[in-house]
Write a protein that binds this ligand. Structure first.
Ligand SMILES: [Zn+2]
Ligand SMILES: [Zn+2]
Length: 137
């Protein structure tokens, strides 16, 4: 079954669309992902590039060689700065969309995590921590 998946940045200038079935989500704890997300780790969802299109806006990009030795290009909104997706010359047929930019984040299926050795201790979710469905009041 082919469904259309949409996503966007925080301000809504950049929007994308994808028709197809999404790949697994990868959690990456590497330092570059920590810095570019501003959070503990990145969650990337693999999509086939051929079925992916930008429907609004013109993302900016930044290319850097990662700890793996491979170059990654990260694409983000030029207005609000939201990280949107990553492409890699080593994987020319796929892109990796940031899970949190999907309009329906419920479709994300966690696959595995990588660069766990770089994980910060505060990135693990402690089951004993108090949990709140929304704000902590
Ligand atoms: Zn934006
Ligand atoms: Zn990473």
């Amino acid at each position: 079954m082919v469904s259309t998946i949409t996503g966007r940045c925080l301000c809504g200038r950049v929007k994308y669309e994808f028709s197809g079935s999404i790949g697994p989500a990868t959690y990456c704890h590497c330092e570059d992902c920590r810095r570019c997300t501003g959070s503990a780790f990145n969650i990337g969802v693999r999509l086939a590039l051929a079925d992916f299109r930008i429907t609004s806006g013109d993302p900016k990009s930044f290319t850097k060689r990662g700890d793996s030795g491979r170059e990654l290009t990260r694409h983000f909104c030029p207005d609000c700065g939201s990280p949107l997706f990553t492409s890699a010359p080593g994987h020319p047929n796929h892109i990796y969309v940031k899970a949190g930019t999907l309009d329906d984040p419920g479709i994300v299926e966690p696959g595995h995590q990588s660069w766990v050795e770089s994980a910060v201790p505060w990135s693990r979710i402690n089951p004993n921590l108090p949990s709140f469905p929304r704000g902590s009041g």
